[in-house]
Design a protein around this ligand. Sequence first.
Ligand code: ZN
Length: 379
Amino acid sequence: MAGDYYEILNISRDASPDDIKRGYRRLARKYHPDVNKEPGAEERFKEVNRAHEVLSDPELKARYDRFGEPGVSSSGQGGFSDFGDVGGFADIFETIFSGFGGGGVGTGTPQRRRSGPVRGEDLRLDLKLEFREAIFGGEKEIRIPHLETCKTCTGTGAKPGTGVKTCQTCNGTGQVRRATRTPFGSFAQVSVCPTCNSEGQVIEEKCETCSGVGRTQVTKKLKITIPQGVDNGTRLRVAREGDAGLRNGAPGDLYVYLFVEEDKEFKRDGVNILSEITVSYLQAILGCRIPINTVDGETELTIPPGTQPNTILTLEDKGVPRLGNPVSRGDHLITIKINIPTRINAEERELLEQLAKIRGEAAGKEGGLEGFLGKMFRG
Ligand code: ZN
């Protein structure tokens, strides 16, 4: 995916985070595949998502501004689109157009007031899904290493039984002042207290579990619900499972990025499933019913008489459930390949030559048969 992200979102290089968000929403609405069926719209939608993904993240944006696309591409994956809280939102529009919850990844303005509550960091987890898991969804157990509030000290960082005391360096103000005399008068210089780092308080004795930090690294097992119809590039938000906050700050969110494995038999094109099946030239001419695999299991497919090579037959509602509206499913499209034998036995040859004669197409022993089959399977 090339193209300048600013141009893709139709914004200037010095656009504010709000401008970026506005540009993104306007174009996402315009090109969303559920509303825009024009060719190329889905591609544009993906580009718009990718551009927003990068430009709305201050860190990625800075890298992109310096290094361009190579600075932000990871393992060649395309744009990520959000699918809101797992087990929460049912409507993808809701998720895309309501922005991101709780000052998270998307807004890029983390609240970081000194000595007040600090929201925990958002975390990213990459999760591989099997082809069918992405289609039908299900429960998935994940293990996520994250910071939790220390249970021993409940996040205060102080050893249980001990307390906090007023910082003696700054007498609890969090700031230290120094008067500087100059020929022009006396100036007070204010700076952050180096002892308590502006908090005004210090703990008497550090908690032994967390060394006074108030948080500990824990690998948590989580069960998450994969909605039906997710695809490569869907991003799920698991609220409040990022890192714990500091000083009663809210925890961050966990973002699960989905990667879907390929299947030997089926390919996926949005909500449609694609596969191929090979029939004999006789089956193509005469028509038949043959067993065929779908993602739901085996079923029967009717090959109508006179089916041409590369004909695409449709099994309706055997595709992928729509993300956010799983009662509606895509189709399974089957491309018919026709096998023309390279060797036939004497009996078959005789019968085919009789056929050729009937159709008035015999022009010599070899040429006649080839001409006959050639005409039949042209195209
Ligand atoms: Zn502790």
